[in-house]
Write a protein that binds this ligand. Sequence first.
Ligand code: SF4
Length: 339
Amino acid sequence: MPAEDILRIEGVSMQFTGGAGLFGRRNRTTVRAVDEVNLSVRKGETLGLVGESGCGKTTLGRCILRAHKPSHGRILYRRDDGTEVDLAALSRAQLRPLRTEIRTVFQDPNSSLNPRMTVQQIVGEPLVVNGLARGSEVADRVADTLRRCGLRPELMRRYPHAFSGGERQRIGIARALVTQPRLVVADEAVSALDVSVRSQILNLLEDLQEELDLTYVFISHDLSVIQHLCDRVAVMYLGRIVEEAETEDLFEQPRHPYTEALLRSVPRPDPRLRRRDDVLPAGEVPAPDEAFAGCRFQPRCRYAEDICAREEPATLPRCHFAEDLTLDGVYATDVRQTS
Ligand code: SF4
């Protein structure tokens, strides 16, 4: 893969099979949560993955973390020494050393922290489990990481309930960073937080990225958060990436009608600026287990024409009319004001 990439996702699909029910195998359905995704992440950048809930972005994040083993495709990761490994092909044992390099920040700081463990135990656990430190070295590294995350190390013998929501998310971030990872996958990492706390955590993530030379894959349904933090954005719809662009370009001039619809659906602070079509179009959403021949967004798309029901666009942006349509990105200004 190109030298600037730390991660390259090639043709990754993730299928789930279920619903055997009374009639056994014949009644099984296969859901393609992620379908033939290609995506690169450059070292040191923040790549945003955005889309409505159920679009497959969380599943793709879990494939990168190898919480799921993809059904097809390769996930190439470049290690510090320049060697490339295919995360999708590694066994559990082979993945173990990589678990310290690729870490995650969870969405809900309330449920992701064990209430019966002290902050020192929570943050230090990945060091102990992965054999990276012992004894007083664990406490030293925990203290150092807490400090970096804006928390007072002298409080590390306390339990999570003694901290506010924002502080608990800082503890979650410290737990992710204590092993000195290179790549962090953050799934809705600030969506459970109040707006005021949210911007503090986003600023913290930005500072830590610069300080520790981190690469982020940031998964969110929230466009204001994506715009604040990300260098590039990939938009997902029904398991597919439909558009990928530098953040500024995407917000100013979207090239896929779904991206335009997402931008229009961002709540606008001034009600006088709201328009009746500022909502995501409803329309029928094809089930991901159906063989859908045309563009997946066609049942909801205001620009659809006959060809859209017959043929799925093969390249990004996945729209037959990407070159012809002038899509509306003007709401970007309003999005910025809400962040
Ligand atoms: Fe809309 Fe057709 Fe473009 Fe799909 S291909 S996004 S249906 S215009």
